[in-house]
Structures are given as structure tokens and as C-alpha cells.
Design a protein around this ligand. Structure first.
Ligand SMILES: O=C(O)CCC(=O)C(=O)O
Length: 359
């Protein structure tokens, strides 16, 4: 590869300023350019899943996973509680889930769009709508350099409007990425997915944005970039199914971590050490072409866990202290009320209250 083809490898090729300048940086194949443009401008692109055996695979995945779900429990209560049903990482035991996740044509496409080799690292299979509130995957799965993560969601059956379709807000992928420091919190000071939801809702509301929904035919897939806001719609009909699989991908030669639970400038980074589903090999954390020292990863992880844990203890201790203080006050009040002087002055207080309410 000529040196110029390596220019700015830390920007996903589909949004690189070098796209369209042959000889400078990775150039996306002409046939993939419409998808690149869709990812850049809308944050998602729809494709037909490139697998001649897709229908048979979808049927086999559904048959294999169907018996693993508590359907009765979901229809009785889970549905109203806005819960979904899901199985994470079925690729470990199910060859068809693995084949969908590691589909070679999808891997080649994503690798071309990003300019780095795509590596599937997580699968989620859903038999019904997830009813998952709006979120950005970049807060769960981040990379350095940023944005080298995406999801590919594929319909294992035709998806209807009342079955809780996937929804997303085109354009939100261009918003600044929000991390703990933007919210003015730290992971060990209580940051969690719960802190982000209201912010995203407020922003969407303020901008007056309306979601789009993916009413997919079986075998249609949606590629989304890590920063687009998306979620699962409320399932309106609990007798419907919404069989689907999402595969999450990282890309080669990045560091991988969970921003929710990381505060890098406190020395706390919750690194991820994902397994590449297509090879079964662990993915190394690499930045600037150099593997991150495993001792540093262990230290930063330990620090992330320690800070969260110690702050949880600190919160628990504070709450226990407040409860003890409250109890002491209750006992002081009880002692005061049973004292002689309190009983003697009781009629005076009653008169005072009556006067006050007569005014
Ligand atoms: O399938 C859905 O409803 C949402 C899936 C999702 O948000 C995700 O995998 O990040």
C-alpha cells in the first residue's frame, strides 16, 4: 500500500475528507459509494442481506431459539413493563447466528466503508420488539480513534408496525458524541445509561425531530453507525413476533472501551477485550499502531472498577449515616413529646395554632 493510502486512517473512510481524492487515504469502491453517502448523511443504510441461504438460516435460528424464551411471562407482565426478550451471543452455540454475524460479504462491505477490517464481536437475537429507549451505541461501545463501531440489524421475518419496529433519528449521528464529562458527571459519581436517556430525549424534543421506523421485509438489513440515536418502538400487539438479529462490529487496530463506565482523565477506563466472532480470536487493543500495554489495561480497568465500587460504598455509607441521623431525630422528638414541659405547654401551642388558622 503506498504511504498516501494510509493518510488519516483514524477517520472512518465514509466520512473522511479524503474520500474522492484518489491516492490520498482509503478510497471506497464505486459500488459502495451510495451506502457510504447514506451512512454519512443519514447515519444508516438499508441493504438486502447478502446470503443465498438466508431464509433457511432465519427459520433455523427461530426454531432453535424459540424454546429458550419465557413467552408466557412476557405476555403476562413483561410486555406491559416495556421489557423485551433477547438472547445475547447465541453465536457461541448456534452456527446460523454465527454465519449471519460473520457473513463474508458484510465484512467486506463494512471494511471498505470504514477503511479497516470489520470484526463482529456481539450478537443479540430478539423474538419480539426490544422496547428499548432511545440511545447511542457509542456510549456502550466506543473506540479510539472514535466511531469505529457499527451495528447491522437484520429482519428474520417481515416486521409490522405494531410489532415494535426499530426506530432511529437520521442526522443525529452528526451531533457531538456525549460522554460523562459532557453531562457533568463521572461513572463513579452515578453515571449510567439512565443518566443519558433524559438528555437525548430533551435534545430530540428541542430539535423537534421525529423518528423513522424500519418496517423491514425478511432479509432486509439496516447498517447503523455507532452515533445515531435509535431504539425499539413500543410493541402494540403482544401476540406479534419481531424476530431479528443485530450484530455489533468493531474495526481493527483500535482501543475498545465502555464510555459509560470510564473517566479517562481520572485514570479510569473500562477497556473491552472483544472476541472476533469470525475467527474466534481475541481482539487486541491498539492505538496509533502500537498495542496498548496489557499492564496499563489491567490498571485502568481495576481503577474503573475500584472507583465505581468505592463510590457506591461511599454513597451507601452516606445514606446509612443520614438514616441514622433521621432515627436519632425521631427519638429526640419522641422524648421531647413525652417530657413534662412539652405536656404543660401543649394547650398554649393549640391556642397558637387556632389563632394562626383564624387569621
Ligand atoms: O432491535 C431493537 O429494537 C434495538 C436494538 C438496539 O438498539 C441495539 O442493538 O443497539
Amino acid at each position: 500500500m503506498p504511504a498516501t493510502a494510509k493518510l488519516l486512517p483514524g477517520i472512518p473512510a465514509f466520512e473522511s475528507p479524503l474520500l474522492g481524492h484518489p491516492g490520498l487515504g482509503h478510497q471506497i469502491k464505486p459500488e459502495n459509494l451510495p451506502i457510504a453517502e447514506a451512512l454519512r448523511e443519514k447515519g444508516y443504510a438499508v441493504i438486502d442481506f447478502p446470503d443465498a441461504d438466508f431464509d433457511a438460516r432465519a427459520a433455523s435460528i427461530r426454531a432453535a431459539l424459540d424454546g429458550t424464551f419465557d413467552w408466557a411471562g412476557w405476555r403476562k407482565g413483561g410486555f406491559e413493563r416495556n421489557e423485551g426478550l433477547r438472547v445475547q451471543d447465541a453465536w457461541k452455540t448456534n452456527a446460523d447466528v454465527r454465519a449471519v454475524a460473520a457473513n463474508p460479504a458484510v465484512l467486506d462491505l463494512l471494511s471498505d466503508l470504514y477503511g479497516r477490517r470489520a470484526r463482529p464481536f456481539q450478537t443479540l437475537n430478539f423474538p419480539v420488539g426490544t422496547q428499548q429507549s432511545v440511545h447511542s451505541d457509542a456510549s456502550h461501545f466506543a473506540s479510539v480513534p472514535e466511531k469505529f463501531m457499527c451495528g447491522v440489524w437484520v429482519a428474520l421475518e417481515d416486521i409490522e408496525i405494531d410489532a415494535g419496529p426499530l426506530f432511529y433519528y437520521p442526522g443525529t449521528q452528526k451531533w457531538p458524541i456525549l460522554n460523562n464529562e459532557h453531562l457533568g458527571i463521572t461513572s463513579h459519581g452515578g453515571a449510567s445509561a439512565h443518566a443519558y436517556g433524559p438528555i437525548w430525549e430533551t435534545l430530540l424534543d428541542a430539535k423537534g425531530l421525529k423518528p423513522e421506523r424500519f418496517l423491514a421485509r425478511k432479509g432486509q438489513a439496516l447498517i447503523w453507525v455507532s452515533t445515531i440515536l435509535h431504539g425499539g418502538d413500543r410493541q402494540l400487539n403482544k401476540d406479534k413476533t419481531r424476530w431479528s438479529q443485530v450484530t455489533h462490529y468493531f474495526f481493527d487496530d483500535c482501543a475498545y472501551y465502555t464510555p459509560f463506565f470510564s473517566d479517562p482523565f481520572h485514570g479510569s477506563i473500562l477497556y473491552r477485550e472483544p472476541t472476533d466472532i469470525s475467527t474466534g480470536e481475541p481482539m487486541r487493543n491498539v492505538v496509533g499502531g502500537l498495542p496498548v500495554d496489557p499492564r496499563y489495561i489491567a490498571e485502568a480497568n481495576a481503577r474503573a472498577r475500584h472507583l465505581r465500587h468505592s463510590q457506591t460504598i461511599a454513597y451507601d455509607e452516606r445514606i446509612a449515616a443520614l438514616e441514622a441521623e433521621l432515627q436519632q431525630q425521631i427519638e429526640r422528638n419522641a422524648r421531647l413529646k413525652s417530657s413534662l414541659s412539652w405536656r404543660i405547654t401543649a394547650p398554649l401551642r393549640r391556642i397558637g395554632r387556632a389563632r394562626a388558622s383564624a387569621r
